[in-house]
Design a protein around this ligand. Structure first.
Ligand SMILES: *Cc1c(COP(=O)(O)O)cnc(C)c1O
Length: 402
Protein backbone atom coordinates (compact mmCIF):
# COMPACT_ATOMS: atom_id res chain seq x y z
CA UNK A 1 0.00 0.00 0.00
CA UNK A 2 1.22 3.47 -0.89
CA UNK A 3 2.19 5.93 1.84
CA UNK A 4 -0.20 8.81 2.27
CA UNK A 5 0.67 12.18 3.82
CA UNK A 6 -0.72 13.40 7.14
CA UNK A 7 -4.45 14.15 6.92
CA UNK A 8 -5.53 17.73 6.46
CA UNK A 9 -8.70 17.41 8.51
CA UNK A 10 -9.33 15.61 11.78
CA UNK A 11 -11.01 12.19 11.49
CA UNK A 12 -13.00 11.36 14.64
CA UNK A 13 -13.25 7.72 15.75
CA UNK A 14 -17.04 7.87 15.46
CA UNK A 15 -19.66 10.12 13.94
CA UNK A 16 -23.43 9.55 13.94
CA UNK A 17 -24.97 8.84 10.53
CA UNK A 18 -27.65 11.55 10.52
CA UNK A 19 -29.34 12.20 7.17
CA UNK A 20 -32.11 14.43 5.87
CA UNK A 21 -34.74 11.84 6.88
CA UNK A 22 -33.78 12.15 10.56
CA UNK A 23 -33.81 15.96 10.37
CA UNK A 24 -37.19 16.03 8.61
CA UNK A 25 -38.62 13.58 11.17
CA UNK A 26 -37.47 15.71 14.09
CA UNK A 27 -38.85 18.92 12.56
CA UNK A 28 -42.17 17.26 11.82
CA UNK A 29 -42.37 15.98 15.40
CA UNK A 30 -41.52 19.37 16.87
CA UNK A 31 -44.28 20.90 14.77
CA UNK A 32 -46.80 18.17 15.63
CA UNK A 33 -47.70 19.43 19.10
CA UNK A 34 -46.65 16.13 20.75
CA UNK A 35 -42.93 15.93 21.56
CA UNK A 36 -42.59 13.55 24.51
CA UNK A 37 -43.62 9.86 24.64
CA UNK A 38 -46.48 9.33 22.23
CA UNK A 39 -47.46 7.84 18.88
CA UNK A 40 -43.96 7.94 17.33
CA UNK A 41 -42.41 6.20 20.33
CA UNK A 42 -45.06 3.48 20.00
CA UNK A 43 -44.34 3.10 16.28
CA UNK A 44 -40.61 2.94 16.93
CA UNK A 45 -41.12 0.17 19.48
CA UNK A 46 -43.14 -1.85 16.98
CA UNK A 47 -40.53 -1.36 14.26
CA UNK A 48 -37.77 -2.27 16.69
CA UNK A 49 -39.53 -5.46 17.81
CA UNK A 50 -40.02 -6.49 14.18
CA UNK A 51 -36.40 -5.74 13.28
CA UNK A 52 -35.01 -7.63 16.27
CA UNK A 53 -37.45 -10.55 15.86
CA UNK A 54 -38.69 -10.27 19.47
CA UNK A 55 -42.26 -10.20 20.77
CA UNK A 56 -41.69 -6.95 22.66
CA UNK A 57 -39.17 -4.08 22.79
CA UNK A 58 -39.76 -1.16 25.12
CA UNK A 59 -37.86 2.05 24.36
CA UNK A 60 -36.17 3.79 27.25
CA UNK A 61 -34.05 6.76 28.19
CA UNK A 62 -30.86 4.68 27.90
CA UNK A 63 -29.43 1.19 27.83
CA UNK A 64 -28.18 1.84 31.34
CA UNK A 65 -31.78 2.15 32.51
CA UNK A 66 -32.64 -0.99 30.54
CA UNK A 67 -29.99 -3.04 32.33
CA UNK A 68 -31.16 -1.75 35.70
CA UNK A 69 -34.80 -2.60 34.87
CA UNK A 70 -33.83 -6.08 33.64
CA UNK A 71 -32.03 -6.90 36.89
CA UNK A 72 -34.88 -5.38 38.88
CA UNK A 73 -37.53 -7.37 36.97
CA UNK A 74 -35.58 -10.54 37.76
CA UNK A 75 -35.69 -9.63 41.45
CA UNK A 76 -31.91 -9.43 41.70
CA UNK A 77 -30.77 -7.64 44.84
CA UNK A 78 -28.91 -7.85 48.14
CA UNK A 79 -26.97 -11.09 48.59
CA UNK A 80 -27.14 -12.11 44.93
CA UNK A 81 -24.32 -12.48 42.43
CA UNK A 82 -24.31 -11.72 38.70
CA UNK A 83 -21.59 -13.15 36.48
CA UNK A 84 -20.35 -10.70 33.87
CA UNK A 85 -17.32 -9.80 31.80
CA UNK A 86 -14.33 -7.96 33.23
CA UNK A 87 -14.11 -5.92 30.02
CA UNK A 88 -17.14 -3.66 29.70
CA UNK A 89 -18.39 -0.13 30.07
CA UNK A 90 -18.68 0.71 33.75
CA UNK A 91 -22.49 0.87 33.72
CA UNK A 92 -22.84 -2.90 33.14
CA UNK A 93 -21.14 -3.52 36.47
CA UNK A 94 -22.50 -0.44 38.28
CA UNK A 95 -26.08 -1.54 37.67
CA UNK A 96 -25.37 -4.80 39.51
CA UNK A 97 -23.78 -2.89 42.39
CA UNK A 98 -26.67 -0.40 42.53
CA UNK A 99 -29.07 -3.31 43.06
CA UNK A 100 -26.98 -4.45 46.03
CA UNK A 101 -25.75 -7.56 44.23
CA UNK A 102 -22.11 -8.48 43.61
CA UNK A 103 -20.73 -8.46 40.05
CA UNK A 104 -18.60 -11.57 39.59
CA UNK A 105 -16.07 -10.84 36.87
CA UNK A 106 -14.91 -13.36 34.28
CA UNK A 107 -11.83 -12.81 32.12
CA UNK A 108 -12.15 -12.37 28.35
CA UNK A 109 -11.12 -14.54 25.42
CA UNK A 110 -7.83 -13.10 24.18
CA UNK A 111 -8.96 -12.95 20.54
CA UNK A 112 -12.56 -11.67 20.75
CA UNK A 113 -12.28 -9.71 24.03
CA UNK A 114 -15.72 -11.17 24.89
CA UNK A 115 -16.24 -12.95 28.18
CA UNK A 116 -14.76 -16.45 28.14
CA UNK A 117 -17.76 -18.77 28.43
CA UNK A 118 -15.44 -21.60 29.51
CA UNK A 119 -14.61 -19.68 32.69
CA UNK A 120 -18.22 -19.05 33.77
CA UNK A 121 -19.04 -22.31 35.46
CA UNK A 122 -16.18 -22.18 37.97
CA UNK A 123 -17.59 -18.88 39.28
CA UNK A 124 -21.14 -20.08 39.95
CA UNK A 125 -22.15 -20.21 43.63
CA UNK A 126 -25.45 -20.71 45.48
CA UNK A 127 -25.87 -16.91 45.27
CA UNK A 128 -25.54 -16.65 41.47
CA UNK A 129 -28.76 -15.43 39.82
CA UNK A 130 -27.82 -14.38 36.31
CA UNK A 131 -25.20 -14.25 33.57
CA UNK A 132 -24.73 -10.86 31.91
CA UNK A 133 -22.65 -11.15 28.73
CA UNK A 134 -21.61 -8.11 26.66
CA UNK A 135 -21.20 -8.46 22.89
CA UNK A 136 -18.05 -6.37 22.68
CA UNK A 137 -17.65 -4.07 19.71
CA UNK A 138 -20.50 -5.77 17.83
CA UNK A 139 -19.23 -9.37 17.90
CA UNK A 140 -21.76 -11.73 19.52
CA UNK A 141 -20.61 -13.89 22.44
CA UNK A 142 -20.67 -17.69 22.26
CA UNK A 143 -24.30 -17.72 23.35
CA UNK A 144 -25.02 -21.43 22.85
CA UNK A 145 -22.49 -22.29 25.56
CA UNK A 146 -23.79 -19.53 27.84
CA UNK A 147 -27.42 -20.65 27.46
CA UNK A 148 -26.44 -24.24 28.12
CA UNK A 149 -24.65 -23.29 31.37
CA UNK A 150 -27.55 -21.04 32.41
CA UNK A 151 -30.09 -23.82 31.81
CA UNK A 152 -28.08 -26.39 33.78
CA UNK A 153 -27.73 -24.06 36.79
CA UNK A 154 -31.15 -22.38 36.59
CA UNK A 155 -29.73 -18.91 35.88
CA UNK A 156 -31.26 -16.04 33.92
CA UNK A 157 -29.38 -14.57 30.95
CA UNK A 158 -29.43 -10.81 30.32
CA UNK A 159 -27.59 -9.69 27.19
CA UNK A 160 -25.89 -6.30 27.15
CA UNK A 161 -26.51 -5.78 23.44
CA UNK A 162 -25.50 -2.09 23.45
CA UNK A 163 -23.19 -2.72 20.47
CA UNK A 164 -25.16 -5.29 18.51
CA UNK A 165 -28.07 -3.58 16.78
CA UNK A 166 -27.57 -5.10 13.33
CA UNK A 167 -25.61 -8.23 14.32
CA UNK A 168 -26.85 -11.82 14.21
CA UNK A 169 -26.18 -14.94 16.23
CA UNK A 170 -26.89 -18.29 14.56
CA UNK A 171 -28.70 -16.42 11.78
CA UNK A 172 -31.02 -14.55 14.12
CA UNK A 173 -31.04 -11.06 15.62
CA UNK A 174 -29.51 -10.45 19.03
CA UNK A 175 -32.28 -10.66 21.61
CA UNK A 176 -34.50 -12.92 19.49
CA UNK A 177 -33.74 -16.14 21.37
CA UNK A 178 -36.12 -16.71 24.27
CA UNK A 179 -33.36 -18.39 26.28
CA UNK A 180 -32.26 -14.86 27.20
CA UNK A 181 -34.74 -13.26 29.59
CA UNK A 182 -33.79 -9.73 28.51
CA UNK A 183 -31.56 -8.06 25.93
CA UNK A 184 -30.73 -4.38 26.10
CA UNK A 185 -29.76 -2.16 23.14
CA UNK A 186 -28.23 1.32 23.27
CA UNK A 187 -28.92 4.20 20.89
CA UNK A 188 -26.16 6.51 22.12
CA UNK A 189 -24.59 8.49 19.23
CA UNK A 190 -21.56 6.16 19.10
CA UNK A 191 -23.69 3.03 18.60
CA UNK A 192 -24.76 1.55 15.25
CA UNK A 193 -28.24 3.10 15.50
CA UNK A 194 -28.76 6.36 17.36
CA UNK A 195 -31.74 8.25 18.76
CA UNK A 196 -29.44 10.95 20.26
CA UNK A 197 -29.71 9.17 23.61
CA UNK A 198 -31.88 6.15 24.18
CA UNK A 199 -32.07 2.44 24.63
CA UNK A 200 -34.51 -0.44 24.57
CA UNK A 201 -35.20 -3.62 26.47
CA UNK A 202 -36.30 -6.73 24.56
CA UNK A 203 -38.04 -9.67 26.20
CA UNK A 204 -40.13 -12.74 25.47
CA UNK A 205 -42.16 -13.33 28.62
CA UNK A 206 -44.94 -10.77 28.32
CA UNK A 207 -45.66 -11.02 32.04
CA UNK A 208 -42.74 -8.56 32.44
CA UNK A 209 -44.43 -5.92 30.33
CA UNK A 210 -46.70 -4.32 32.91
CA UNK A 211 -43.88 -4.02 35.47
CA UNK A 212 -41.47 -2.50 32.95
CA UNK A 213 -44.04 -0.01 31.71
CA UNK A 214 -44.86 1.09 35.25
CA UNK A 215 -41.19 1.33 36.11
CA UNK A 216 -40.27 3.53 33.20
CA UNK A 217 -42.88 6.15 34.04
CA UNK A 218 -43.35 6.95 37.74
CA UNK A 219 -45.28 3.74 38.43
CA UNK A 220 -48.26 5.45 36.81
CA UNK A 221 -50.74 2.76 35.93
CA UNK A 222 -52.21 4.51 32.93
CA UNK A 223 -49.61 4.41 30.16
CA UNK A 224 -46.82 6.86 29.59
CA UNK A 225 -47.56 8.91 26.50
CA UNK A 226 -51.31 8.54 26.82
CA UNK A 227 -51.92 10.45 30.02
CA UNK A 228 -55.67 10.79 29.62
CA UNK A 229 -56.72 7.87 27.44
CA UNK A 230 -60.33 7.95 28.56
CA UNK A 231 -60.46 11.69 29.01
CA UNK A 232 -59.77 11.45 32.73
CA UNK A 233 -56.68 13.08 34.24
CA UNK A 234 -56.74 10.61 37.16
CA UNK A 235 -54.55 7.56 37.57
CA UNK A 236 -53.29 5.09 40.15
CA UNK A 237 -49.69 4.49 41.31
CA UNK A 238 -49.50 0.83 42.33
CA UNK A 239 -45.73 1.05 42.96
CA UNK A 240 -43.02 3.71 42.99
CA UNK A 241 -41.36 3.98 39.59
CA UNK A 242 -38.56 5.69 37.71
CA UNK A 243 -38.60 8.35 34.97
CA UNK A 244 -37.02 6.57 32.02
CA UNK A 245 -39.39 7.12 29.11
CA UNK A 246 -38.44 7.76 25.49
CA UNK A 247 -39.57 10.85 23.60
CA UNK A 248 -41.25 11.15 20.22
CA UNK A 249 -38.38 13.38 19.05
CA UNK A 250 -35.94 10.54 19.75
CA UNK A 251 -38.35 8.11 18.11
CA UNK A 252 -38.43 10.27 14.97
CA UNK A 253 -34.66 9.89 14.71
CA UNK A 254 -34.89 6.15 15.34
CA UNK A 255 -37.66 5.62 12.79
CA UNK A 256 -35.46 7.25 10.16
CA UNK A 257 -32.39 5.26 11.23
CA UNK A 258 -33.92 1.80 11.38
CA UNK A 259 -34.49 1.25 7.61
CA UNK A 260 -30.82 2.23 7.03
CA UNK A 261 -29.33 0.08 9.79
CA UNK A 262 -28.47 -2.94 7.64
CA UNK A 263 -26.72 -0.69 5.12
CA UNK A 264 -24.80 0.96 7.99
CA UNK A 265 -23.68 -2.46 9.23
CA UNK A 266 -22.70 -3.58 5.73
CA UNK A 267 -20.59 -0.45 5.29
CA UNK A 268 -18.97 -0.91 8.71
CA UNK A 269 -18.15 -4.50 7.73
CA UNK A 270 -16.53 -3.37 4.47
CA UNK A 271 -14.40 -0.75 6.18
CA UNK A 272 -13.42 -3.10 9.01
CA UNK A 273 -12.34 -5.76 6.53
CA UNK A 274 -10.29 -3.19 4.66
CA UNK A 275 -8.49 -2.37 7.93
CA UNK A 276 -7.98 -6.09 8.58
CA UNK A 277 -6.49 -6.62 5.13
CA UNK A 278 -4.24 -3.56 5.19
CA UNK A 279 -2.96 -4.22 8.70
CA UNK A 280 -2.50 -7.98 8.35
CA UNK A 281 1.27 -7.66 7.87
CA UNK A 282 1.86 -5.37 10.86
CA UNK A 283 2.77 -7.78 13.69
CA UNK A 284 3.33 -4.91 16.14
CA UNK A 285 -0.41 -4.53 16.58
CA UNK A 286 -3.07 -7.11 17.39
CA UNK A 287 -6.16 -7.02 15.19
CA UNK A 288 -9.72 -7.64 16.37
CA UNK A 289 -11.33 -10.97 15.52
CA UNK A 290 -13.84 -10.99 12.66
CA UNK A 291 -17.16 -12.78 12.98
CA UNK A 292 -17.94 -16.16 11.44
CA UNK A 293 -20.94 -18.08 10.13
CA UNK A 294 -22.40 -18.36 13.63
CA UNK A 295 -21.53 -14.88 14.96
CA UNK A 296 -22.23 -12.08 12.49
CA UNK A 297 -20.23 -9.01 13.47
CA UNK A 298 -21.84 -5.55 13.09
CA UNK A 299 -18.56 -3.72 13.83
CA UNK A 300 -19.65 -1.01 16.21
CA UNK A 301 -15.98 -0.64 17.14
CA UNK A 302 -12.70 -1.51 15.46
CA UNK A 303 -10.43 -2.14 18.44
CA UNK A 304 -6.73 -2.48 17.81
CA UNK A 305 -4.30 -3.54 20.52
CA UNK A 306 -0.78 -2.20 20.73
CA UNK A 307 2.00 -4.70 21.49
CA UNK A 308 4.21 -2.36 23.58
CA UNK A 309 7.11 -4.82 23.60
CA UNK A 310 7.13 -4.69 19.77
CA UNK A 311 6.35 -1.02 19.11
CA UNK A 312 8.40 0.41 21.99
CA UNK A 313 5.39 2.69 22.56
CA UNK A 314 2.71 2.86 25.19
CA UNK A 315 -0.89 2.96 24.02
CA UNK A 316 -1.13 6.58 25.15
CA UNK A 317 1.97 7.52 23.15
CA UNK A 318 0.46 5.81 20.15
CA UNK A 319 -2.94 7.55 20.39
CA UNK A 320 -1.15 10.90 20.89
CA UNK A 321 0.90 10.23 17.75
CA UNK A 322 -2.29 9.35 15.86
CA UNK A 323 -3.87 12.57 17.05
CA UNK A 324 -0.86 14.48 15.71
CA UNK A 325 -1.63 12.75 12.39
CA UNK A 326 -5.23 14.08 12.64
CA UNK A 327 -6.59 10.62 13.45
CA UNK A 328 -8.95 10.34 16.41
CA UNK A 329 -9.19 7.26 18.62
CA UNK A 330 -11.44 6.10 21.43
CA UNK A 331 -10.69 4.01 24.52
CA UNK A 332 -13.33 1.31 25.03
CA UNK A 333 -12.69 1.05 27.85
CA UNK A 334 -10.53 1.88 30.81
CA UNK A 335 -10.46 -1.15 33.11
CA UNK A 336 -12.65 -1.16 36.21
CA UNK A 337 -9.52 -0.86 38.35
CA UNK A 338 -8.82 2.56 36.86
CA UNK A 339 -11.78 3.75 38.93
CA UNK A 340 -11.39 4.60 42.61
CA UNK A 341 -14.77 3.15 43.53
CA UNK A 342 -14.02 -0.26 42.01
CA UNK A 343 -10.53 -0.51 43.50
CA UNK A 344 -12.17 -0.19 46.94
CA UNK A 345 -15.19 -2.27 46.02
CA UNK A 346 -13.28 -5.34 44.88
CA UNK A 347 -10.92 -5.05 47.86
CA UNK A 348 -14.07 -5.43 49.98
CA UNK A 349 -15.59 -8.05 47.63
CA UNK A 350 -12.80 -10.41 46.62
CA UNK A 351 -15.49 -12.94 45.65
CA UNK A 352 -16.04 -10.75 42.59
CA UNK A 353 -12.57 -11.54 41.23
CA UNK A 354 -11.17 -14.81 39.93
CA UNK A 355 -8.32 -16.30 41.98
CA UNK A 356 -5.95 -16.19 39.00
CA UNK A 357 -6.77 -12.56 38.18
CA UNK A 358 -7.87 -11.09 34.88
CA UNK A 359 -4.74 -11.27 32.71
CA UNK A 360 -6.44 -10.96 29.31
CA UNK A 361 -8.80 -8.14 30.28
CA UNK A 362 -5.90 -6.29 31.92
CA UNK A 363 -3.64 -6.60 28.90
CA UNK A 364 -6.54 -5.61 26.63
CA UNK A 365 -7.49 -2.49 28.54
CA UNK A 366 -3.88 -1.28 28.79
CA UNK A 367 -3.22 -1.61 25.06
CA UNK A 368 -6.46 -1.01 23.21
CA UNK A 369 -7.61 1.87 21.05
CA UNK A 370 -10.69 2.21 18.83
CA UNK A 371 -9.79 3.36 15.33
CA UNK A 372 -12.16 5.55 13.29
CA UNK A 373 -15.10 3.53 12.01
CA UNK A 374 -18.48 4.93 10.95
CA UNK A 375 -20.66 4.48 7.87
CA UNK A 376 -19.82 7.80 6.18
CA UNK A 377 -16.09 7.05 6.17
CA UNK A 378 -14.40 6.62 2.80
CA UNK A 379 -11.79 4.06 1.81
CA UNK A 380 -9.31 6.96 1.59
CA UNK A 381 -10.01 7.68 5.27
CA UNK A 382 -9.07 4.09 6.11
CA UNK A 383 -5.91 4.40 4.01
CA UNK A 384 -4.99 7.60 5.89
CA UNK A 385 -5.37 5.86 9.25
CA UNK A 386 -3.34 2.84 8.16
CA UNK A 387 -0.63 5.03 6.68
CA UNK A 388 -0.38 7.08 9.89
CA UNK A 389 -0.28 3.92 11.99
CA UNK A 390 2.48 2.42 9.86
CA UNK A 391 4.58 5.60 10.20
CA UNK A 392 4.16 5.57 13.97
CA UNK A 393 5.03 1.88 14.27
CA UNK A 394 8.07 2.25 11.97
CA UNK A 395 9.36 5.17 14.03
CA UNK A 396 8.91 3.13 17.21
CA UNK A 397 10.75 0.22 15.60
CA UNK A 398 13.68 2.47 14.68
CA UNK A 399 13.82 3.85 18.20
CA UNK A 400 13.72 0.35 19.67
CA UNK A 401 16.66 -0.66 17.47
CA UNK A 402 18.87 2.36 18.21
C1 LIG B 1 -22.94 2.33 25.53
C2 LIG B 1 -22.98 1.15 26.42
C3 LIG B 1 -23.91 1.03 27.45
C4 LIG B 1 -24.78 2.18 27.89
O1 LIG B 1 -25.61 2.66 26.94
P1 LIG B 1 -26.44 4.00 27.24
O2 LIG B 1 -27.52 3.97 26.25
O3 LIG B 1 -25.48 5.12 27.04
O4 LIG B 1 -26.91 3.93 28.63
C5 LIG B 1 -24.00 -0.15 28.14
N1 LIG B 1 -23.18 -1.17 27.87
C6 LIG B 1 -22.25 -1.09 26.91
C7 LIG B 1 -21.40 -2.28 26.64
C8 LIG B 1 -22.11 0.08 26.17
O5 LIG B 1 -21.16 0.16 25.25
Amino acid sequence: MQDRPRRESFLPFSRPAIGEEEIAGVVETLRSGWITTGPRAARFEEALSAYNEVPRCLALLSATTGLELALSALGIGEGDEVITTAHTFVCTVSNVVLRGAVPVLVDVEPDTMNLDAERIEERITSRTKAILPVHYGGLPCRMERIWEIARRHGLAVVEDAAHTMGARYAGRRIGSDARSAFSVYSFHPNKNLTTIEGGAIAFHDLRHEAYLKLQRFHGIARGAGTPYPDGSPLYDVPMPGRKSNFTDVQAAVGLAQLPKLDAFAARRRELARLYLTLLADLPEVELPADGDAEREHCWNLFVLRNRPEATGLTRDAMTAALKAENVGTGIHWQGLFAFSFYRDYFARHPEGLPKDGLPHATRTTENLMSLPLFPAMTEEDVLDVVSALRRIVAAGRRRARS
